[in-house]
Design a protein around this ligand. Structure first.
Ligand code: AMP
Ligand code: MG
Length: 368
């Protein structure tokens, strides 16, 4: 397992004086602390052991274990295991690594089954189900389009109609057969990209490791895909700051007793052609970068669900809010940098702490 860099070293923080700020979206989870325990305070009954890691799934991550004082060594061991789970998921599922399972699948010819681990197959099955559930908006088979727009950003030219049609025809779910122990492609050009789902899935698995240990609470944040559970280091619920997509500062702070928060947005990773910014998320229907939302934040019980819907709503925009399954809540910024508005579901609104940086309209399913 790769160890953390110097900035990724383990910090031990005293829970009684801890102010927690999770910066979602930047990929940097930052825990602020006043540093020392204030005099005349009762000794804390729980403390947070924090591990910060660099270059996990293309971003930074923060893992935290809340334990009783004296259990720090155990917490550090658990956090190390959780980090290893994240790195294993990346080694298996990254489409940017030639020797990952997905790298081998994408390079494979037609007609031969490519053996895959049960973990990668599980993510592919979830992705296929999400494709149906989101009416095609979430589509991991649009890898050739992702690659086409990426190289368009490099050469500074918008792809033509024919190129876009070719990239779409090269890969779709009809060309990818999921078996019990592997995948068979019906055309060599079929390729998948788990960038919109694997991080959420991996965060859930890392949290499984923390949940199995005897912790008071815990948190895993990989580049803005975050799950928290149990007791926070201080107070009753976990504060999660959502970074403002258009500038410095926070858009909102959420208060979560437990659950997942994932954010997608073109402002964080984008390509630029002729001075115009294009999202890294593709609308499979138009074959062009999604333009329906500047930023989407989703809350769900688990990170894989939140990750899927944050990407899907970036494609679907406000219309997609009607399709959200029970227990999934969302907030989105729509419009342009100069003229935008914020929408959220009533359930999301209930989780928000005032004041908000932007005026927010609560979207009601029965009001058009
Ligand atoms: P996220 O940041 O979770 O929204 O994921 C974005 C990443 O998912 C992109 O960088 C692509 O790798 C991949 N992707 C792009 N468009 C889609 C789409 N329509 N459905 C599923 N994955 C996508
Ligand atoms: Mg996603």
């Amino acid at each position: 397992m790769q160890s953390c860099s110097s900035t990724g070293s383990k910090d031990r923080l005293i829970g009684g004086v801890l102010i927690l700020t999770l910066l979602v979206l930047t990929g940097v989870g930052l825990w602020k602390t006043s540093g020392r325990q204030a005099p005349n305070r009762i000794a804390p009954d729980r403390i947070a052991v924090v591990r910060r890691c660099r270059a996990v799934m293309g971003t930074d991550c923060t893992l935290a274990a809340v334990v009783r004082p004296g259990k720090e060594a155990q917490a550090e061991e658990v956090l190390e295991k959780a980090e290893a789970v994240l790195r294993r998921a990346e080694a298996r599922m990254s489409s940017w690594l030639d020797d990952s399972e997905i790298g081998r699948l994408n390079a494979a010819g037609a007609g031969q089954q490519v053996p895959l681990s049960p973990q990668t197959l599980e993510v592919l099955r979830l992705a296929r189900r999400a494709n149906v559930q989101t009416g095609g908006a979430f589509d991991v088979t649009c890898r050739p389009l992702v690659e086409l727009w990426r190289s368009a950003g490099e050469c500074g030219e918008v792809p033509g109609r024919a190129e876009l049609a070719e990239a779409r025809a090269a890969s779709n779910w009809e060309l990818v057969e999921l078996g019990d122990s592997g995948v068979t492609k019906l055309k060599a050009t079929a390729r998948v990209d788990l960038g919109g789902i694997a991080k959420g899935w991996a965060v859930d698995r890392a949290v499984d490791v923390l949940r199995r240990a005897e912790l008071s609470g815990g948190m895993v944040d990989v580049g803005g895909d975050l799950v928290c559970f149990g007791a926070p280091p201080e107070g009753e619920s976990w504060p999660v700051d959502v970074q403002h997509p258009l500038g410095p500062g926070h858009l909102a702070t959420l208060r979560l007793p437990s659950g997942a928060v994932c954010t997608s947005g073109g402002y964080a990773r984008f390509i630029e052609i002729g001075g115009k910014r294009y999202s890294h998320i593709i609308d499979p229907r138009t074959r062009r970068p999604a333009e329906a939302a500047l930023s989407v934040t989703v809350v769900a019980a688990d990170a894989v669900t939140a990750d899927i819907w944050a990407t899907a709503l970036s494609v679907l925009g406000p219309e997609g809010l009607k399709q959200l399954p029970d227990g999934v809540e969302a907030m989105m910024m729509v419009g342009t940098e100069e003229d935008h508005k914020m929408l959220c579901t009533p359930g999301f609104h209930d989780l928000l702490e005032e004041p908000l940086a932007e005026r927010l309209t609560v979207w009601e399913a029965n009001v058009e």
